[in-house]
Design a protein around this ligand. Structure first.
Ligand code: NAD
Length: 420
């Protein structure tokens, strides 16, 4: 891969460019840029774990708090062989902007352990998780830093984190972590929250450009938690899902796929590929199917300078984190495509994580429709705040979302003052 292309595909480089463009537009005092650019704290822990064969292995774990200006650090923990400090620092900053853009009272954090969970037993993963929590016992906490699931961690991992933290505290502390099972203080509606949030911002975007969702053609790349929930809810609003794909392949039908039948095929075959109600679509070609709305909900770097001009959608709602490169973003902007940026479009997940933390702290749990109504209020308000910023400054929704988020953090610093 050429070094230019390598640079285009570096999500951390993309995040840096996004931050800098917005900071410049805001004409920020460089001393404030200095304060918010770097994480406030990065902790590295060495974690000895006894493996099932009796030997010991030492793993490296990280927890980065980018900002706690607006509230406790918030962000997931990932288990992956490629986890490293640079990546975790960049992802922690992203969380600061994501929480600020939806106006929830959290800062940004991220954690991870360099490990290969596919090659570890449940027992090894449990011991690794508990040791990580024990070593970070003074770093995380309901008032200081609240982790959540990310790549290769799940409800079970969160349950172990909650239990370990609680054993040290000598009482049960459910609000130390979100994304827990319902039985242990999880929130109703958390599983669907990100896909539902994608629906709410698409509704607002469609209103803005005068597109009716009834009969609107939608393509969804990635049919997991985010993509499948968004597709299901859009169909209930009258949209036609004309293409879906997952890691094994895709399927398209310009007249609309039969979603219940597709879900049946998915639960039987574990993939949407080969669904008989449409024609096969290979790889990234799914993004180029004629449609009104495109939802990339799989991976980063799917829309690049190579395919951006071939897309037909009027609205792109980024369910995934970082699916559009900086270069592709410029091309789409010029073409007048409304791109709802990841930090806004997929923030339904962290928003309901916030609701989980609130419910745990008050020890009183909301019904699912209450969670959904509150989520809708936050997503609709955030979309309109970003759209207003974009109109005022004549910038894209992405630049506006970063500007709004950075401004909220800087305003908080100014109000608090810098303690010296
Ligand atoms: P998931 O694992 O449930 O689903 C991912 C889907 O993408 C699967 O269908 C998988 O087969 C598909 N996929 C993987 N590689 C692909 C490829 N090359 N081409 C097409 N499809 C491919 O994950 P998820 O929770 O739905 O997350 C999807 C994206 O949304 C990720 O970028 C994630 O970071 C982001 N996100 C998720 C949440 C959340 O709450 N789940 C919140 C914010 C952002």
């Amino acid at each position: 891969m050429g070094s230019e292309l390598q640079k285009e595909l570096d999500p951390l480089e993309n995040a840096r460019l996004q931050f800098e463009e917005a900071a410049q537009r805001l004409k920020l005092d460089p001393s404030f840029v200095q304060i918010i650019k770097e994480p406030r704290r990065a902790t590295i822990v060495k974690l000895p774990v006894q493996m099932d064969d009796g030997t010991f292995r030492v793993f490296t774990g990280y927890r980065v708090q980018h900002s706690i200006i607006r509230g406790p650090a918030k962000g997931g923990i990932r288990y992956h062989p490629d986890v490293n400090l640079d990546e975790i620092m960049a992802l922690a900053a992203w969380m600061t902007w994501k929480c600020a853009v939806v106006g929830i009272p959290f800062g940004g954090g991220k954690g991870g352990i360099a490990c290969d969970p596919a090659k570890m037993s449940q027992g090894e993963l449990e011991r690794l998780t508990r040791r990580y929590v024990a070593d970070l016992i003074d770093v995380i906490g309901p008032e200081s830093d609240v982790p959540a699931p990310d790549v290769n961690t799940n409800e079970q991992t969160m349950a172990w984190i909650m239990d370990t933290y609680s054993m040290h505290a000598r009482h049960t502390v459910t609000s130390v972590v979100t994304g827990k099972p319902l039985e242990l203080g999880g929130s109703a509606g958390r599983r669907e929250a990100t896909g539902r949030g994608v629906l709410f911002v698409i509704r607002e975007a469609a209103k803005k450009i005068g597109l009716s969702l009834k009969g609107a053609k939608v393509v969804v790349q990635g049919f997991g938690n985010v993509g499948s929930v968004a597709a299901d809810l859009l169909v209930k609003d009258g949209a036609l899902i004309v293409g879906v794909s997952d890691v094994k392949g895709g399927v398209g039908n310009p007249k609309g796929l039969d979603l219940p039948a597709l879900m049946g095929h998915l639960s039987e075959k574990k993939t949407v590929a080969g669904f008989p109600g449409g024609t096969p679509v290979e790889g990234k070609k799914i993004l180029e199917l004629p449609c009104d709305i495109l939802i990339p909900a799989a991976l980063e770097n799917q829309i690049t300078h190579v395919n951006a001009s071939r897309l037909s959608a009027r609205i792109i709602a980024e369910g995934a984190n970082g699916p559009t490169t900086h270069q592709a973003d410029k091309i789409l902007n010029k073409a007048g495509v409304m791109v709802i940026p990841d930090i806004l479009a997929n923030s339904g997940g962290v928003t309901v994580s916030y609701f989980e933390w609130v419910q745990d702290r008050q020890g009183y749990f909301w019904r699912e429709h209450e969670v959904n109504e509150r989520l809708e209020h936050i997503m609709v308000t955030a979309f309109n705040d970003v759209a207003r910023m974009a109109e005022e400054h004549k910038v894209s929704l992405r630049v506006a979302a970063f500007m709004l988020a950075i401004k909220r953090v800087v305003d908080a610093i100014q109000l608090r003052g810098v303690y010296a």
